[in-house]
Design a protein around this ligand. Structure first.
Ligand code: GLY
Length: 355
């Protein structure tokens, strides 16, 4: 259990991770190597990275400010300028060392600099290990909307090393649990039950659970890398969840809602919609609510806030022909895609969340 193969790259675990980096660096003879970090990972993760690399190679660290609010074209411009000023060329490598913001923006910067240079993802948060760093989605936010600009382009390697989770705040770990639980909900009831039991007993999922979560996502992406059909299932909870996240990015209340918290609310609401529209058993919808409520506090969202959140649905990336498409569940482990939902059912889901 030390490697998962994607189409154009591998996800290497633990001791196999940095060995994979050594091999690529020896083989590819890069003209220059850059490591993209944010202000946090520069402090916490660069010292670990330096200890972990056994081949010595020169690299230049490029730092952007920490936080989703910096996942912008302005940050890209700064990094592109640094790459240019430091002699970056088409044979340069960009290593993205950080959470989802760094792997998303770094992948986008690398994919567009000189029409594309190699990049490697070293995710340092649980959320980016099990989601953002896998599957080739890269991009930035635009206005208040998440991931509106981007390309799908694979890294050359993803390194999963749990050493980086040691400095991760619990709030950020919990954000990753949401995506792991989602992987169970959309594809594997046994996996869902295993992770839920661990979390309800306040135990911490380890390397096996992380490996299996990435395996589930990778299999879905292998089937449909460009999200024409099956990959859409990864958006369960995200239609409402992204609207909540986008709304609170710009709001005075609940400003610090993590991605995982937002999509947990989304998954509870969409579980109720699934009960209403796809005959998901109400006991399963209640089980989903119970598990997420054992991880996150209930966020008191007012009706007027919820109405504003609904208005964000029209910007959802999955929309086509002016319609918002949902991923719903027939059962835990059995998703259905491209379902349109009347506002009334969304409101009922919202009431279920608050009840
Ligand atoms: N985060 C969902 C996806 O990669 O498709």
């Amino acid at each position: 259990m030390n490697q998962i193969n994607a189409k154009n790259y591998s996800v290497n675990f633990e001791e196999n991770g940095f060995n994979g980096l050594d091999i690529i660096i020896k083989k590819k003879l890069y003209s220059s190597i850059f490591v993209l970090v944010d202000s946090n990972t520069n402090k916490e993760c660069i010292p670990v990275f330096e200890k972990k690399i056994s081949t010595s190679f020169d690299f230049k660290v490029i730092e952007i400010e920490h936080g989703e609010e910096n996942k912008t074209i302005r940050s890209c411009e700064k990094v592109w300028a640094t790459l240019s000023d430091s002699g970056g060329d088409r044979k340069s490598l960009l290593i993205n060392l950080g959470g989802g913001v760094i792997t998303d923006i770094g992948g986008f910067i690398a994919s567009t600099f000189k029409r594309g240079i190699d990049f490697i993802n070293i995710p340092t948060t649980l959320l980016s290990m099990v989601d953002a760093s896998i599957g080739g989605k890269t991009g930035i936010d635009f206005g208040n909307l998440k991931n509106q600009i981007g390309v799908i382009n694979d890294p050359k390697l993803v390194i999963i090393d749990l050493v980086f989770l040691k400095s991760l705040p619990i709030k950020e770990l919990k954000s990753g649990y949401s995506e792991m639980l989602k992987h169970g909900l959309i594809s594997d009831k046994k996996y869902w039950s295993g992770i839920s039991t661990l979390l309800m007993e306040k135990k911490i999922p380890g390397i096996n659970e992380i490996f299996n979560s990435i395996k589930i996502k990778n299999e879905i992406v292998l089937d449909d890398p460009y999200e024409k059909h099956k990959r859409k299932v990864l958006n369960f909870g995200h239609t409402i969840g992204h609207a909540i996240e986008s709304f609170f990015m710009d709001s005075k209340t609940h400003k610090n809602l993590t991605h995982g918290e937002s999509i947990a609310i989304g998954m509870i609401i969409e579980a109720h919609i699934s009960f209403n529209i796809c005959k998901l058993d109400i006991s399963e919808a209640k089980e989903i609510k119970k598990v997420f409520n054992s991880i996150f506090n209930i966020v008191k969202i007012s009706e007027s806030e919820f109405n504003q959140i609904l208005s964000f649905l029209k910007f959802d990336k999955k929309n086509s022909h002016g319609k918002t498409n949902f991923v719903l569940l027939k059962k835990i482990g059995s998703p259905v895609i491209d379902i349109q939902v009347p506002d009334k059912k969304i409101k009922e889901g919202f009431e279920f969340y608050l009840s």
